[in-house]
Design a protein around this ligand. Structure first.
Ligand code: CP3
Length: 336
């Protein structure tokens, strides 16, 4: 069934549980590593033929039920006028970090087709090729703000929290610009043909629920409420305590591997869920992977469940394990 992914996102009956993997396109695939020898990540994101090719690689190899656009959450920032790079093994690095209200005012409003038109071109090219649904995505404002304020990846998000609590004027100006930009970006992807959207708030799990609700959620709500006509998936890492708050305005709640899937669904008010095999387990013997996957499927009970990992595929993962996992998920039935 070609639309089992979209049906599961809407909580409808499916012929088999759909499955895709966060970071399914990437360093675990030899064909991706080969292209990376001659192109940087940002170059691949900016070149529709390359971005489309890399998006298709896991679809060809793994029989997954959805494709995720190959891009990066920081692409939208570049479109808003930020100088940045993605350093292999490190992640996004920002040339001039944003620390004050004046810095925030340097962020330009996003005109998606002008500033990041190559992304929409990639989406259009992919829709012409793909038989499975295409997921578009963006970063949520807290996670994007953390890269901008820290200047790169951070273990503590210290400067970001200091701005959030110590300079409310700069913080709300930053969240306002980011949420407007991301919303326009996501709706442009939908207009170009994206059939679902995933909002990644990868680092929101570093916040308490009360800070999340006061200083982040209003802007996330603006994005989720403004997305038009396709299922919305909301995901973060280590967000067990935030599932209630994060799931209020979304259609599907992404659950990382720390929370049992059925417990996560309950915390999400019974909504459809996506997840949640620990990506590290894909390096363990197959018997371990199969037992854990079966447990997750049983907790999902076959309806309103999109099988995925609890975060992205690790680069060391053998793609044959992912292919076997897809077959296992597809062959599993709720009454077994
Ligand atoms: O297949 C897919 O999931 C689509 C591609 C995708 C990329 N980035 C490509 C990429 C997606 C969905 C992202 C989102 C992204 N980027 C997030 C949110 C998801 C998450 O993992 O929490 C975040 C936090 C980023 C920022 C970022 N970009 C990081 C932390 C890194 C890793 C740095 C490293 O080398 O370990 C990147 C680089 C990046 N973006 C890679 C890929 C495939 C690694 C690539 C490489 O060197 O080729």
């Amino acid at each position: 069934m070609e639309d089992r992914f979209l049906r599961a996102c809407r909580g409808e009956e499916v012929d088999a549980v759909p499955v895709w993997f966060m970071r399914q396109a990437g360093r675990s695939l030899p064909e991706y590593r080969e292209l990376r020898e001659t192109h940087s990540i940002l170059e691949m994101c900016r070149t529709p033929e390359l971005a489309a090719e890399v998006t298709l690689q896991p679809v060809r190899r793994l029989d997954v039920d959805a494709a995720i656009l190959f891009s990066d959450i920081v692409v939208v920032l570049e479109g808003m006028g930020v100088d940045l790079d993605i350093e292999p093994g490190t992640g996004p690095v920002i040339e001039k970090p944003i620390r004050t209200l004046e810095d925030v005012e340097r962020l330009r409003p996003l005109e998606p087709e002008e500033d990041v038109g190559y992304v929409m071109e990639t989406v259009r090219a992919l829709r012409a090729e793909l038989k499975v649904p295409l997921i578009g995505f963006g970063g949520a404002p807290f996670t994007l703000a953390s890269y901008l304020v820290e200047g790169g990846p951070s273990k503590t998000h210290g400067r970001t929290k200091a701005m959030m609590l110590g300079d409310p004027e700069a913080w709300s100006a930053l969240m306002d610009r980011l949420s407007n930009g991301v919303l326009r970006y996501l709706n442009a992807q939908i207009d170009a043909g994206a059939q679902a959207i995933q909002l990644f708030d990868s680092w929101a799990g570093h916040l308490s629920e009360s800070d999340y609700r006061s200083h982040v959620k209003p802007w996330v709500d603006r994005i989720l409420d403004g997305i038009e006509g396709v299922p919305r998936i909301h995901f973060g890492v280590g967000t067990g305590e935030l599932i209630g708050a994060m799931s209020e305005r979304t259609d599907v709640m992404g659950i990382d591997w720390r929370v049992p899937l059925d417990d996560g669904r309950e915390r999400a008010g019974g909504k459809p869920v996506q997840g949640n095999l620990d990506p590290a387990l894909c390096l363990a013997p197959w018997s371990v992977v199969e037992a854990r996957a079966r447990d997750i499927l049983e907790r999902g009970r076959g309806v309103g469940h999109v099988f995925n990992l609890g975060h992205g595929v690790l680069p060391e993962t053998d793609p044959d394990v992912l292919a076997r996992l897809v077959d296992f998920v597809h062959s599993w039935r709720p009454d077994e």
